[in-house]
Design a binder for this molecule. Structure first.
Ligand code: KPL
Length: 292
């Protein structure tokens, strides 16, 4: 008897819940919160329709498909928690903000790991209810050239994820966008859209983009400040009503991902003797009023 395909998602935050709902249109999904699995979620879509989605419970069988949607600083720990259940060829998708933990999981897993990035806007309004707040794009890919199993590509593409052959560039651009938007929404206590009306915020965005460009030049990442700003403004417009994940973290007194966002550029810049005062300023400001 063949078993139905079961995907596991670890991390039941806004993005984890949103994609659990999307993915369950095609396959069975088991959604893991920190201490338990969630058996039902509700999704309020962009038209304000509420859908109720039933999820699977599976705490023991081998895992063939795993999406890690935790906070960036919890991702390696999440991987380690499920490691003993992962099949040798388990397809892991890393879908979280920030950069760094993806590479650690890549080196530890026995099969190539998928890297992904999303600009979908979602807000968790209770432990099992998520609000879809903004259309976005989700891009996925691998850093290896080996042939990829087409079933996973098909499943992700049916959820409107786009396959990229240069996922690292996508991740660096997303990191730059998050570095410009997220801390500033906290500093100016506003949603993404309001940033464009605050002169001081747009000036800081420009300075950050220039600083990131000079770091990228040094390490051969092709990202100009103009490209970063253009893409950041596009994301801001598309997610104007959305409160950034960092704003939500601070509002809910949670630890932020600042160390894996602006902190990534700070480390990279310092390693190459580049001035990183703008990213350092963002780090200091956010760390001063959040849990470390
Ligand atoms: O990724 C995001 C986040 O909030 O972390 C953006 C794209 C900025 C949407 O709010």
């Amino acid at each position: 008897m063949s078993h139905p395909i079961l995907w596991h998602i670890v991390g039941a935050g806004a993005i984890g819940q949103y994609f659990a709902a999307e993915l369950s249109k095609q396959v069975h999904v088991c959604l893991h919160a920190k201490q338990h699995t969630i058996n039902q979620i509700e999704l309020t879509d962009l038209n304000k329709h509420i859908q109720t989605i039933d999820l699977e419970q599976d705490d023991q069988n081998p895992i063939q498909y795993l999406i890690i949607c935790t906070k960036a600083y919890d991702a390696v720990q999440a991987f380690e928690t499920y490691r003993s259940r992962l099949t040798e060829h388990c397809q892991i998708v890393c879908l979280f903000n920030g950069l760094g933990p993806q590479f650690e999981i890549q080196t530890q897993h026995t099969a190539p790991v998928w890297l992904a990035s999303t600009t979908v806007g979602a807000r968790k309004i209770s432990s099992n209810h998520v609000l879809h707040t903004g259309q976005g794009i989700t891009i996925f890919g691998q850093t290896t050239q080996i042939p990829k199993p087409s079933n996973i590509i098909n499943t992700l593409e049916k959820m409107h994820w786009c396959h990229s052959t240069n996922i690292l560039h996508v991740l660096y651009l997303k990191l730059a966008i998050n570095s410009l938007i997220n801390p500033l929404t906290v500093i100016f206590n506003c949603n993404n859209g309001k940033l464009l009306n605050i002169k001081k915020a747009t000036n800081i965005m420009m300075a950050l983009a220039l600083e990131i460009e000079s770091i990228c030049k040094k390490v051969n990442i092709e990202l100009s400040s103009a490209f970063i700003l253009q893409n950041t403004y596009q994301v801001i417009e598309k997610t104007a009503q959305n409160y950034s994940s960092m704003h939500q973290d601070v509002a809910n007194k949670r630890r932020t991902e600042i160390q894996l966002i602006n902190g990534y550029w700070q480390n990279l810049g310092q390693t190459h003797n580049i001035n990183v005062e703008q990213n350092t300023l963002m780090m200091d400001k956010i760390m001063s009023f959040t849990v470390k």
